[in-house]
Design a protein around this ligand. Structure first.
Ligand SMILES: [Fe+2]
Length: 437
């Protein structure tokens, strides 16, 4: 009888969710905002159950923030650079959920990270286990963390969406084994193709701020207006832009008023890129949507051509084209362009390289190709006309001896194997970064 009941229950459960049975008082924990000497850990306890503590480095600490919905925020300062920290969530006399992170080095650092976007809500696919097995320094998530497509200004719905993803055994295990750096895209910010008119925007912003362990956000009257953020690992500067919160609807006519980033965020990005000159070996711009798209058409920057050209001109004028790498998601494909097709600066000469661009998606979703052409092509088999989900991600390996910094980018399948032709090496020295293949 018990077996029959278990079988009925198993059949009734949605195929995409993980097998969470008994509800533990501690729902989830994850970390982020790591620097050489600090990190943030956020954990959720059933709101009825009182307070959590965190054990780390032999100390037990109380949360800095304990919100009404049970999310505890632990801000960890005074940490030692380049050191592994293990943490454990404590509640009463019991302990739940272990996690770990490594602080970044203060000088040049060799490291690897995994990156990707787009997973069906609460996916428990083994691709997340494969990513975890690579022991990345962090996981860079480039959007579509879920596909709940919330169009009402209701924080409770966003919180539930996070809970659903973090209840996935394999995803939450990955996020406990490595800190996250996360930029949203349309489906996890609002409905499909959402922009600044999304009625759910205030709830999306507030919930992101409360639940995600993120780097500092720019606040206006105490509140974020988007979730752009930046961080540094060794000699690499990461800039994550929010392409949704200020986005003018894509059917508006193109021109100086049509923006994907909003003027303030765009200036922040360009100031950062200009200030990086002579300071960092490489700048990684995490821009979620396709950059290489035909003018005036398709998804991504093609319909924001004025702004794309403006950004490309500023990057060229700053002499930073050969210090920049763009990482993107959105298109459910792995695609690499070595700079052959990515130069959208005014009067770009034939053969004048842009910066390299790599897409890495989907983590667990249907194949869908966007943009191009890409020098290395696109990978992402369409199974049954694209109706079956596939799993892909990106791996970046950085070797830095303090003089030469080398980046090896590769696209991986669900087993972690190299997708044919999907790799690119960059070698950065005092004069800039050049593709090696
Ligand atoms: Fe997606």
């Amino acid at each position: 009888m018990r077996r029959l009941l278990a079988l009925v229950l198993a059949l009734a459960l949605p195929a995409c969710s993980s097998a969470v049975t008994a509800r533990e008082p501690v729902h989830w924990v994850w970390s982020g905002a790591v620097t050489p000497d600090s990190a943030v850990v956020k954990a959720k306890l059933d709101p009825q159950e009182g307070a959590l503590r965190l054990r780390i480095s032999g100390r037990e600490i109380a949360p800095d923030v304990d919100d009404v919905d049970g999310v505890a925020v632990f801000r960890l300062d005074g940490l030692t650079p380049a050191t592994r920290y293990d943490y454990r969530v404590l509640w009463g006399d019991s302990s739940f959920l272990d996690g770990r992170f490594q602080t970044f080095a203060e000088g040049p650092m060799s490291f690897r990270f995994v990156f990707g976007s787009c997973a069906r809500t609460g996916s428990n696919h083994r691709v997340f286990e494969v990513m975890e097995s690579l022991e990345p320094l962090f996981m860079l998530h480039m959007g579509d963390f879920h596909y709940v497509n919330i169009g009402t200004n209701d924080p409770a719905r966003f919180r539930l969406a996070f809970d659903e993803v973090l209840a996935s055994h394999r995803q939450s295990s990955l996020y406990r084994s490595a800190p996250i750096a996360y930029m949203w895209d349309d489906h996890d910010y609002g409905p499909d193709d959402s922009d600044r008119t999304n009625p759910a925007k205030p709830a999306a912003l507030a919930t992101y701020d409360a639940i995600v362990p993120h780097y500092p956000l720019e606040l206006h009257d105490g509140k974020p207006e988007d979730v752009h953020q930046a961080f540094t690992v060794g000699r690499v500067r990461f800039l994550l832009t929010d392409g949704r919160s200020h986005r003018v609807p894509d059917d508006a006519p193109d021109g100086p008023d049509k923006t994907m980033l909003g003027a303030t965020q765009r200036e922040w990005l360009l100031d950062e890129i200009e200030a990086a000159r002579g300071r960092y070996s490489l700048v990684v711009w995490v821009n979620t949507v396709p950059w290489v798209t035909e003018r005036g058409s398709g998804d991504g920057w093609g319909r924001y051509d004025w702004e794309r050209r403006y950004i490309a001109d500023r990057i060229r004028n700053a002499g930073m084209v050969n210090r920049l790498l763009m990482l993107s998601g959105d298109g459910h494909m792995v695609a690499i362009d070595d700079g052959t097709n990515s130069n959208f600066a005014t009067d770009a000469q034939p053969g004048e390289r842009g910066f390299p661009v790599m897409h890495a998606a989907p983590l667990d979703r249907y194949a869908r190709h966007k943009g191009g052409p890409y020098s290395h092509g696109k990978a992402g088999r369409r199974v049954l006309f694209g109706l079956i989900q596939i799993q892909q991600f990106g791996l970046a390996e950085i070797q830095d001896d303090g003089n030469i910094l080398e980046v090896t980018l590769s696209g991986r399948n669900e087993s972690g194997d190299l997708l044919e032709g999907m790799s690119l090496r960059l070698r950065c020295d005092a004069s800039g970064c050049l593709p090696l293949n």
